[in-house]
Design a protein around this ligand. Structure first.
Ligand SMILES: Cc1cc2nc3c(=O)[nH]c(=O)nc-3n(C[C@H](O)[C@H](O)[C@H](O)COP(=O)(O)OP(=O)(O)OC[C@H]3O[C@@H](n4cnc5c(N)ncnc54)[C@H](O)[C@@H]3O)c2cc1C
Length: 405
């Protein structure tokens, strides 16, 4: 591969992995890593967990220690935004009038937290959570005895609710849909999460939207809901999803549809431009449809795959989707993409703190999930990846070790 300069937009998890992979694959040319944050590449999962609770410092999220990062000889441009891609000239324009010429360009610009679209959404005390800066701002507002309103019963909202309870806040979660994490888990798991939060004293209100926020006389906020009720609180966390940062690609005329369209070699509609992580959408064979995977695993693996593909190495990015969430004493993991069409087999007691739900299609396990079941889920992953035919009765039988299947 003759590329001399490979530019990466976004110094997040995917961008960080792309940069270090270029070096580990022996690329000796120039790697320019453009990031509009002040931080070296870092992982976001702890921002709603240990960093938010104060148990871990934000520096612990960095992919590499400063010396290891410096040793990669990366031309890292912190606090710099990429503003325009001139595809004809193969130049990337940056804030403050600078530009970088590239041979290959990897877009790892992730996404931003969607903001509430209601009156009062920009008031002080209303937060979103995506970056280290966001976690610092929200964390400073989470002191014991205060009341937090979480808008959105998805993963980020629920993790923040759990962390806030741990810190001694009163917490209310409102979710406009009829159940928690509706887009990603079956109803049984939504019910499990509901019970989990209720058991920890969170007031969860389903089927309730938020209509407006206003400052109140106490210096706090009053939230008015679509069901006519109101709530006084000290802080609001909007956990209402992610907007992919694909404007750069769209303005450059790359094919986009709710994210930058790439193939399983991470190539966009311009063969010299690749994309990876939360901003990329591609046909996931495990899901049987095109999608963006907003997960730690995908950011890392697709970042690696994009870097290798930029170097001309054959890749086929089709990881079995894996996601986890930590809430209270529960570590919930999901492998594959469960759908209502699958047959369900439960191993263990679904009302306990540890069990596995298997999802079968024509006698083969295609997805599995469960709380505090990391060991069983490791075996489940193998069953899925090897497309093993299984006996449902054996799968449910705790006396039959999964390793035997
Ligand atoms: C609070 C939180 C908790 C999470 N918890 C989990 C979890 O428990 N499990 C799990 O699997 N996943 C979790 N995730 C998801 C996971 O962190 C993301 O999928 C992952 O960070 C995506 O990586 P990325 O590199 O694609 O994007 P990002 O990490 O968002 O990086 C993109 C970077 O690009 C920068 N950028 C954007 N546009 C430009 C531009 N024009 N110029 C320069 N820079 C730009 C952004 O500022 C950002 O720094 C969590 C995410 C969050 C926010």
């Amino acid at each position: 591969m003759n590329a001399e300069t490979i530019a990466i937009v976004g110094a997040g998890q995917a961008g960080g992995w792309a940069a270090q992979t270029l070096r580990s694959e022996g690329f000796a040319g120039r790697v320019v890593l453009i990031g509009d944050e002040p931080h070296r590449p870092y992982e976001r999962p702890p921002l709603s967990k240990a960093v938010l609770s104060g148990d871990a410092h934000a520096d612990t999220t960095h992919l590499l220690k400063p010396e290891a990062f410096d040793a990669l000889r990366i031309d890292w441009r912190p606090n710099v935004g990429a503003t325009f891609i001139d595809r004809a000239a193969k130049q990337l324009h940056l804030t403050r009038g600078a530009h970088v010429s590239y041979d290959k360009l990897i877009l790892c610009s992730g996404g931003r937290a969607r903001r509430l679209n209601i009156p009062g959404a920009d008031l002080p005390g209303v937060f979103t959570l995506r970056s280290i800066g966001d976690a610092a701002a929200l964390g400073a507002a989470l002191s014991a005895g205060k009341r937090l309103l979480v808008v959105g019963g998805g993963w980020i909202g629920l993790e923040v609710a759990a962390t806030a309870r741990k810190k001694g806040l009163d917490v209310t979660v409102v979710e406009a849909m009829g159940r928690l994490c509706e887009r990603t888990v079956p109803p049984e798991i939504s019910g499990y999460l509901l019970q989990l939060h209720a058991a920890h004293g969170v007031d969860v209100r389903l089927g309730t939207g938020i209509g407006r926020l206003a400052q109140n006389a106490r210096g706090g906020l009053t939230a008015s809901f679509t069901d006519g009720r109101a709530l006084e609180c000290d802080a609001v966390l909007a956990g209402v999803g992610l907007v992919p940062n694909d404007e750069l690609a769209r303005e450059a005329g790359l094919a986009c549809d709710g994210g930058i369209l790439v193939d399983s070699q991470c190539r966009s509609s311009d063969p010299d431009i690749l994309a990876a992580g939360d901003v990329a959408t591609w046909h996931c064979e495990w899901a049987g449809r095109r999608m963006r995977l907003e997960s730690w695993q995908n950011a890392q693996e697709q970042g690696i795959a994009a870097a290798r593909a930029a170097l001309g190495i054959a890749v086929n990015h089709q990881p079995l989707p894996w996601f986890w969430s930590d809430q209270y004493e529960i570590n919930l993991q999901i492998f594959g993409m469960p759908t209502p069409a699958h047959d369900v087999v439960v191993r263990g007691d679904r009302n306990s703190s540890s069990f596995v739900m298997f999802f079968l299609d024509a006698g083969k396990v295609v997805a599995a999930l469960g709380p505090n079941a990391a060991r069983d889920l490791r075996f489940a992953r193998r069953l899925i990846e090897r497309r093993t035919s299984v006996d449902a009765a054996q799968l449910a039988d705790l006396r039959v070790p999964l390793a035997k299947l």
